[in-house]
Design a binder for this molecule. Structure first.
Ligand SMILES: NC(=O)c1ccc[n+]([C@@H]2O[C@H](COP(=O)([O-])OP(=O)(O)OC[C@H]3O[C@@H](n4cnc5c(N)ncnc54)[C@H](O)[C@@H]3O)[C@@H](O)[C@H]2O)c1
Length: 362
């Protein structure tokens, strides 16, 4: 028996249930508080998920007065900043849902507060826990592709638009690019060792979400349902990043890494209308290379596994809390992911290429 890890949850909507289920499956973890701004919602969540040790609050600051080892932040995107800064300032370690924030300025402050307080800021990208992600990263990092100069990533749902808190700019901050695009960005950037982004030129649109023919909440819809961006990085590297919640096309193509010695194509697993984007598992990895002058395509065998990647991300956070080790997916790294999303929003608004400036963090 280890020390009991005391957890709070802020925001008790859809994904908070997955957090509760995962925490409940870990020995010596207690969920001791839940907060939601909607009156009684936290209490209802406590009853639904049978959390006998938990107290419900309608203000996250009250929850943060409890003795807690960690806090899961499961609010809509615009509330990530305030709740994270308050939690870190109250001396709590944070497991933050994706995307990290809405703006780069917010993300910078979140990381600065984490550094100042010495508390963990961990961002929840569960696809990283598919063991096949390590194959992709190792192949690039071991130099199997030579110098990588071009990467294409993203993914498209032909029709898979969320509703509710995901489609209003004042609550979500951004649409498809931030919601599902952040996963593909993490796949590409984590593989490359999170290079520093320099500029972004982006286009976004929402012809589907705002059309009542395609969306029941069209009147509320004011984020992008499609976006494409050209991102330049330090070290002569460019990324073509595209994402859609809806389109008249079957696919936006594979994730690909073009290198001077080989190219790698990666496809996500899954089928159905909401698939075709990175939010879970690797479907295939192929290497394009020359052998004795012959164009060769090798299918890399995947690691078969039964890992529930979502549960694994929660377990890893608890492990880090227990062992006092650094954040498994540190906010400081994901800052670059957020800087690109921020650049996309600015570039799409101004219809011009914009520069990305990430301040030095102390
Ligand atoms: N990792 C994943 O697989 C995954 C999947 C879905 C959603 N998410 C992320 O999780 C977050 C929440 O998504 P969701 O689907 O649960 O949304 P949701 O709308 O179902 O739930 C959000 C809840 O937060 C509450 N809330 C809003 N502001 C608050 C505040 N200041 N303090 C406390 N509670 C507040 C709302 O009342 C609501 O109950 C989003 O950032 C989303 O991107 C991640």
């Amino acid at each position: 028996m280890g020390k009991t890890i005391r957890i709070g949850i802020i925001g008790s909507g859809g994904i908070a249930g997955a957090h509760a289920r995962a925490y409940k499956g870990i020995e010596d973890v207690q969920i001791v508080g839940v907060a939601d701004i909607l009156p009684d919602k936290a209490q209802q969540f406590i009853e639904r998920w049978d959390l006998p040790d938990a107290t419900g609050f309608d203000d996250h600051r009250k929850l943060l007065e409890l003795d807690l080892d960690g806090v899961s932040i499961c609010t809509p995107n615009v509330a990530h900043y305030r709740t994270t800064v308050d939690a870190l300032s109250a001396g709590k370690n944070v497991m933050l849902e994706k995307p990290m924030s809405v703006t780069l300025d917010e993300a910078v402050e979140m990381v600065q507060v984490s550094k100042k307080t010495g508390k963990m800021l961990n961002v929840g990208f569960q696809p990283r826990y598919d063991p096949n992600m390590a194959i992709i990263k190792n192949m690039v990092q071991n130099g199997q592709l030579g110098k990588v100069y071009y990467v294409e990533t993203g993914g498209g749902r032909r029709r898979g638009m969320p509703g509710g808190t995901f489609i209003r700019q004042d609550i979500a901050g951004a649409g498809a690019m931030a919601d599902i695009g952040c996963y593909s960005l993490d796949l590409a950037l984590n593989t490359l060792g999170y290079p520093k982004p320099l500029t972004v030129s982006a286009y976004t649109s929402n012809y589907f979400g705002t059309n009542p023919k395609y969306h029941a909440e069209a009147g509320q819809f004011d984020v992008e349902d499609f976006g494409v961006a050209m991102v330049r990085f330090e070290g002569d590297l460019v990324l073509n990043f595209k994402t859609s919640w809806a389109m008249h096309m079957d696919t936006l193509g594979a994730t690909m890494f073009l290198g001077t010695d080989a190219g790698m194509k990666v496809l996500p697993a899954g089928s159905g209308p909401w698939s075709g984007v990175w939010d879970g598992h690797v479907g295939s990895i192929s290497l394009f290379h020359d052998i004795q002058g012959h164009h060769t395509e090798s299918n890399i065998p995947l690691i078969k596994h039964e890992i529930n990647v979502f549960e694994e991300k929660i377990k890893d956070f608890v492990r880090a809390l227990r062992e006092g080790t650094p954040a498994p997916i540190p906010g400081e790294e994901i800052l670059r992911n957020q800087a690109i999303i921020d650049g996309i929003i600015r570039s799409a608004q101004t219809k011009k290429e914009v520069e990305i400036h990430i301040p030095d963090l102390v």
